[in-house]
Design a protein around this ligand. Structure first.
Ligand code: ZN
Length: 136
């Protein structure tokens, strides 16, 4: 398994429009992609080789809703880009590292993703992702 970079930081927000305004007007950054995904609204804001992924609940029952109820706004997960997500999953499983997703699934932005269990990662929700193309 090769971990290539921090692909993005997932940030849970209660109001996506207001968060995007902060990142684009308060900070000199740009939103390059927005998407509706599994009961959430998501916005991607590139910073160098990484991005901030803003996540807002819209369904009232997404993972972000549960997180916001418990913790309020803040960093929700860290995503690492790997060169081969299937290989990464089998290596972690072979080492006994607990995963939430034992098979890759379709994530936002056309990526294949799998989450590791925060109990196995010292409290941080970690996402492995593999982009389908190199131009991400
Ligand atoms: Zn993510």
């Amino acid at each position: 398994m090769k971990i290539k970079r921090i692909a993005h930081l997932g940030v849970a927000v209660s109001d996506l429009d207001s968060a995007m305004k902060f990142f684009t007007e308060g900070l000199p950054l740009e939103v390059t992609h927005t998407e509706d995904y599994q009961g959430m609204k998501i916005a991607f804001i590139p910073i160098g080789d990484s991005s901030v992924e803003l996540l807002q609940d819209v369904s009232g029952s997404s993972a972000i809703k549960k997180f916001l109820d418990k913790n309020g706004e803040g960093i929700h997960h860290i995503a690492y880009e790997v060169d081969d997500i299937n290989q990464a999953i089998s290596e972690l499983k072979a080492k006994g590292i607990k995963l939430i997703d034992e098979k890759p699934r379709q994530g936002a932005h056309g990526m294949s993703v799998a989450f590791m269990h925060p109990k196995a990662t010292h409290g941080i929700l970690m996402e492995l992702c593999q982009t389908s193309s190199d131009d991400h």
